[in-house]
Design a binder for this molecule. Structure first.
Ligand SMILES: Nc1ncnc2c1ncn2[C@@H]1O[C@H](COP(=O)(O)OP(=O)(O)OP(=O)(O)O)[C@@H](O)[C@H]1O
Ligand SMILES: [Mg+2]
Length: 335
């Protein structure tokens, strides 16, 4: 008699066209029953169009019937919601008091590093009016789905990405939305996107402490936030404000990240503090959380972002920040 493990192994070889995580990773397989040589597979229809359902039925029949002693393969479809299927390990939001400090860059780099470590990772771009994640990852196609949900678009490395930019008719289209509508869009990115099984979901927030940040903090069970600032920041006030908001919402501040902290001269390894002395310790103190690390100004990363290849940027600074975030997450309790 075929084993459940053999059937699962076979299903793990099946990918919906355009999606780089298999049926099990998308958590679409609801049940497998085996009665002698008869295998019955129950599959969720969530975010799967009729056409793809037909395709899957044939594909599954073909793959599973290759297993020794399988006589008959039946696939039945059951309805479900993305919310019921999503199983997300840890959720981290990247925020900052002000704009242009490199939040999106940090969100992208954290996701890429976590993914390189062998994790299944997603990015929810909660910057509805100024989304920049798709461009950094070079994504231009539209996500697929059905009226029961949509699937994140996979990046080159397989990170699942959902952003307003992927849904607009044109990348240059301006989104002028009022607060309530924006909150609704963010809620939909959380509730109506089939993220499937993820180890980490990184949320890129727009700058400040407005509606978007509030909606995310109210709707999504965050494991923590990281706060990005630059040494150009003259006061600790904006950082404090953002931190205060997280604390008020009872959300852990995992730490602060100083971006564009220094310029590294490649030939000599010399660090130049372009914007004066680092504010790292000061910000860490103001936020009552650790300084997770400092990211240098690197023309290479800016170029890669422009080319949509942020994933190919690897740096010790970022890896060490990720390691510190993982340590902070492992620590119990709140700050
Ligand atoms: N460490 C860095 N080295 C070089 N360029 C950087 C660095 N950090 C950010 N940049 C560049 O600065 C610009 C702004 O970065 P980014 O879009 O990540 O900021 P942001 O905080 O998300 O902005 P917004 O508030 O508009 O969402 C981008 O062009 C990015 O490539
Ligand atoms: Mg941004």
């Amino acid at each position: 008699m075929p084993s459940k493990q053999e059937v699962e192994e076979s299903l793990s070889q099946i990918f919906i066209p355009g999606i780089t995580r298999n049926l099990l990773q998308m958590n679409l397989v609801r049940d497998i029953t085996i009665d002698n040589g008869n295998v019955k597979i129950s599959l969720a229809t969530t975010a799967v169009s009729d056409k793809i359902q037909d395709w899957l039925k044939d594909k599954i029949a073909g793959m599973v019937s290759d297993i020794t002693d399988v006589h008959e393969v039946t696939t039945e479809f059951v309805s479900s919601t993305p919310k019921e299927l999503n199983q997300i390990g840890r959720i981290i939001a990247v925020m900052s008091g002000k704009g242009g400090v490199g939040k999106s860059l940090v969100a992208g780099l954290l996701a890429a590093d976590l993914s390189r470590r062998g994790n299944d990772v997603g990015i929810l771009d909660a910057d509805i009016t100024g989304p920049s994640i798709p461009k950094m990852f070079g994504l231009t196609t539209r996500p697929i789905g059905s009226d029961t949900g949509i699937m994140p678009l996979p990046s080159t490395q397989g990170i699942g990405i959902m952003s307003m930019n992927l849904l607009l008719p044109s990348e240059d289209e301006a989104v002028i939305w009022r607060g309530p509508l924006m909150s609704k869009a963010i809620t939909q990115f959380w509730e109506e996107v089939l993220w499937g099984k993820l180890d980490y979901l990184i949320i890129d927030l727009p700058p400040g402490t407005g509606d978007a940040a509030l909606t995310i903090m109210q709707t999504v069970p965050l494991n923590g936030v990281v706060e990005v600032f630059t040494s150009q920041d003259l006061t600790t006030m904006v950082v404090r404000k953002a931190i205060k908001m997280a604390q008020k919402m009872n959300i852990r501040v995992l730490g602060v990240i100083e971006n564009m902290s220094y310029l590294l001269i490649p030939e000599t390894g010399k660090k130049i503090n372009v914007f004066g002395k680092s504010k790292g310790e000061e910000m860490a103190q103001a936020s009552n959380s650790p300084l997770l690390g400092q990211i240098p100004i690197d023309p290479k990363v800016a170029d890669l972002c422009d080319q949509g290849k942020i994933e190919s940027y690897e740096s010790d600074a970022v890896s060490s920040i990720v390691a510190n975030i993982l340590t902070a997450l492992d620590k119990k309790g709140k700050n």
